[in-house]
Design a protein around this ligand. Structure first.
Ligand SMILES: C[S@@+](CC[C@H](N)C(=O)[O-])C[C@H]1O[C@@H](n2cnc3c(N)ncnc32)[C@H](O)[C@@H]1O
Length: 303
């Protein structure tokens, strides 16, 4: 079979689910994956005779795509923050909004660290933040594929980073990703809503399940049919249940001057921000599409 014939099959079989340009993109993605041909090479190789294995793999891909399965799950991997991550049906496919959450967290943590160094040169006793003088302690709640702690560890290699998830299957992927990127993360299987934390952290970060049960009909079948519902939906009718617990935990499990970074449901920006009104600093940020998406808070530093 020639590659051009497979291209025609992509174009004929997938228009019910994908636009013309998406099909073009998918064809290029899978040719790169299975045949190691980039987009330019692809144009000059449409006459290429495929081996039996190659045509079988590409034909099977078309069948899988026709079921609505996300292409990242078919590939078994995705790109996030410029890095490769393994994924499967047990983890959420990383979203670009989470890159924005990380971008903000990395900048704020660096800023805080620099400020702390300046403060410490002025008065030694004024230091309250842990991470300038001891190891920065970071907790990620609901880690899924481990993208958040792994990216943070790459930026803050000396930090002590823990990451919890209720799903042992998700943690298997997270551990595989940590090994791929040579990062040491303390992964913990824990039901955050029903078990207590036992440490104090300088940074708490989370992209928890935040879709309310009432929003279920609005969620696309390709999302709820293929991605784990436990990663998408709040387990109760209260879409803010994780945020309420994080706000509670900030009293005893966040260090003075500690910071919280949360990805949120775009429909609940102000309600979520309200939960953190006691913080000396709290702010709601929009994502690149203009939707309320991130909450940042900094804990009060008592004088
Ligand atoms: C929205 S996903 C986020 C995954 C990943 N952090 C990301 O940003 O792509 C939420 C994660 O929370 C986990 N989760 C759901 N309920 C939980 C609970 N009660 N305790 C701990 N983790 C939970 C799910 O397994 C899922 O991996």
């Amino acid at each position: 079979m020639k590659l051009s014939e497979i291209k025609i099959a992509f174009q004929k079989e997938l228009p019910d689910l994908y636009s013309k340009s998406e099909i073009e993109e998918l064809f290029a993605i899978f040719c790169e994956h299975f045949l190691e041909l980039n987009k330019v090479e692809l144009r000059f190789n449409l006459d290429k005779d495929l081996s039996e294995v190659e045509s079988q793999k590409l034909s099977e891909t078309i069948s899988e795509l026709k079921t609505g399965k996300p292409f990242q799950q078919i590939l078994g991997e995705t790109e996030f923050f410029g890095m490769k991550f393994f994924i499967n049906e047990h983890v959420l496919i990383p979203r670009p909004e989470t890159e924005e959450l990380l971008e903000l967290a990395i900048n704020k943590i660096k800023e805080q660290g620099q400020k702390e160094v300046i403060d410490s040169t002025q008065t030694d006793s004024s230091r309250t933040l842990k991470h300038s003088d001891t190891q920065l302690k970071i907790l990620d709640i609901g880690t899924g594929s481990g993208i958040i702690p792994i990216v943070l560890k790459k930026h803050f290699p000396d930090a002590d980073i823990s990451a919890i998830d209720i799903s042992e299957d998700a943690l298997k992927i997270a551990r595989k990703n940590a090994a791929l990127h040579n990062t040491e993360i303390n992964f913990i299987q824990k039901d955050y809503l029903n078990e207590d934390l036992d440490k104090i952290y300088d940074v708490i970060i989370s992209n928890p399940p935040y879709i309310g049960i009432d929003e279920n009909p609005e969620i696309e079948d390709s999302v709820k049919g293929f991605e784990p519902n436990i990663a998408l939906f709040s387990p109760t009718s209260d879409a803010l249940i994780f945020y309420k617990k994080i706000a509670d935990n900030s009293e005893n499990h966040l260090s003075e001057n500690g910071m919280i970074f949360l990805e949120i449901n775009q429909k609940l920006g102000n309600e979520t921000l309200e939960l953190f009104r006691n913080f000396s600093e709290s702010a709601l940020f929009k994502d690149i599409s203009g939707n309320d998406r991130i909450i940042f808070c900094k804990k009060v530093n008592p004088q």
